[in-house]
Design a protein around this ligand. Structure first.
Ligand code: HEC
Ligand code: HEC
Ligand code: HEC
Ligand code: HEC
Ligand code: HEC
Length: 215
């Protein structure tokens, strides 16, 4: 009589068992890798020397990102502002606040405020803000709703896969340049239609070859 099942199925229980065995080890490795300090990107939010709040200054006072991050349209680095930028207001607003003491000292010629870096790429990766912002990628695509953050946290993995995911389909993110710093702008009629049109009009074609990002 013909066999209903091929012979190898006899081994199936063992294969299933070993698959799950490997799976458990694999899962352990994944957990280990991603929860190791260097991989704790989701929600990483270090303590800062001055409790500066984007929620207050951007979300409530309505300051534009470029008022402080002056490099975003011009160079590789967005740049964190010097104390003098803060003093434009804090010379008079909350001028005696103890929370602002490090800012006053720095502005008076003392040591610069040592902001703790939140985002960081390995130094073998080349990244330039101006190229992205001028192509019409909004800050929100990579940094999330900064205007709602009391304390800045990293919301994207900044991994190679993440970069390439957008480089393959930038239409999912392209917007008119005048809205690059807007946090709640909505595409009309929808992101894909607008994105494809902008991509074609501007001849946007993000690189996927290794030497673009590893120079
Ligand atoms: C009044 C000045 C000011 C404005 C306006 C401002 N920022 Fe900032 N930003 C700072 C300061 C100071 C820091 C460093 C302290 C911190 O991380 O909170 C910072 C930090 C950041 C960081 C984290 C930097 C790092 O270390 O990786 C990001 C991202 C950022 N800002 C994005 C934005 C975006 C997007 C906007 C506009 C929606 C914006 N900021 C508006 C002052 C400002
Ligand atoms: C456009 C004006 C403006 C600029 C520029 C500005 N701030 Fe402010 N900041 C304010 C206002 C308004 C408040 C709220 C004051 C209040 O609640 O009475 C405030 C409040 C604060 C507070 C809370 C102070 C307290 O005692 O509770 C801190 C800390 C602060 N700002 C830090 C900064 C830093 C750091 C910078 C520069 C990166 C900066 N601010 C730039 C207007 C500004
Ligand atoms: C395409 C993704 C992308 C966009 C768009 C983007 N950023 Fe960034 N941003 C990054 C990455 C990646 C880093 C880390 C860079 C590094 O370590 O060299 C970073 C770092 C920063 C920093 C830390 C310090 C520095 O000088 O680089 C600030 C501040 C910042 N971004 C603000 C902004 C603002 C404001 C905008 C919008 C005008 C913006 N970014 C748009 C990806 C992006
Ligand atoms: C949300 C979309 C998006 C993300 C995320 C993104 N990029 Fe880009 N990238 C673009 C667009 C759009 C361009 C512009 C292409 C053009 O002008 O034709 C670009 C261009 C570039 C270029 C070529 C221009 C130059 O500066 O030489 C490099 C390099 C680059 N990106 C690196 C990166 C790296 C590294 C990351 C991840 C850390 C990243 N990008 C993440 C959309 C993105
Ligand atoms: C769009 C930008 C981009 C392109 C294109 C790109 N990479 Fe990467 N690559 C990255 C980023 C971002 C990282 C992660 C850096 C980090 O962890 O800080 C990375 C990491 C790596 C690493 C280290 C991996 C690890 O586990 O640490 C290697 C190896 C690498 N890339 C090789 C390549 C090769 C080969 C190509 C071409 C096939 C390539 N990359 C194309 C952005 C890019």
């Amino acid at each position: 009589m013909a066999q209903l099942f091929p012979k190898w199925t006899n081994k199936t229980p063992r294969m299933v068992a070993s698959f799950f065995g490997v799976g458990a080890v694999g899962a352990t490795l994944v957990v280990w890798k991603f929860f190791a300090p260097g991989f704790l990107w989701a929600g990483y939010r270090p303590q800062q020397p001055v409790p500066y709040s984007h929620l207050l200054h951007v979300g409530q006072l309505g300051l534009d990102c470029r008022y402080c991050h002056t490099g975003v349209e011009r160079g590789a680095k967005a740049a964190v502002p010097p104390a003098a930028t803060c003093m434009n207001c804090h010379r008079t607003i909350r001028a005696d606040s103890p929370l602002l003491a490090p800012i006053r000292e720095a502005a008076a010629g003392g040591k610069a405020v040592e902001w703790v870096k939140v985002h960081g790429l390995a130094d073998y990766v080349y990244f330039d803000h101006s190229r992205h912002v001028n192509a019409g990628i909004g800050c929100v695509s990579c940094h999330g709703r900064i205007d709602q953050m009391e304390v800045v946290r990293q919301v994207a993995p900044l991994s190679m896969f993440w970069c390439l995911d957008c480089h393959r389909a930038p239409e999912n993110h392209l917007r008119p340049r005048e809205h690059v710093t807007s946090m709640d702008w909505k595409a009309e009629p929808d992101q894909r239609t607008l994105g494809l049109r902008l991509k074609q009009e501007r001849g946007i074609n993000p690189p996927q070859h290794c030497s673009a990002c590893h120079r």
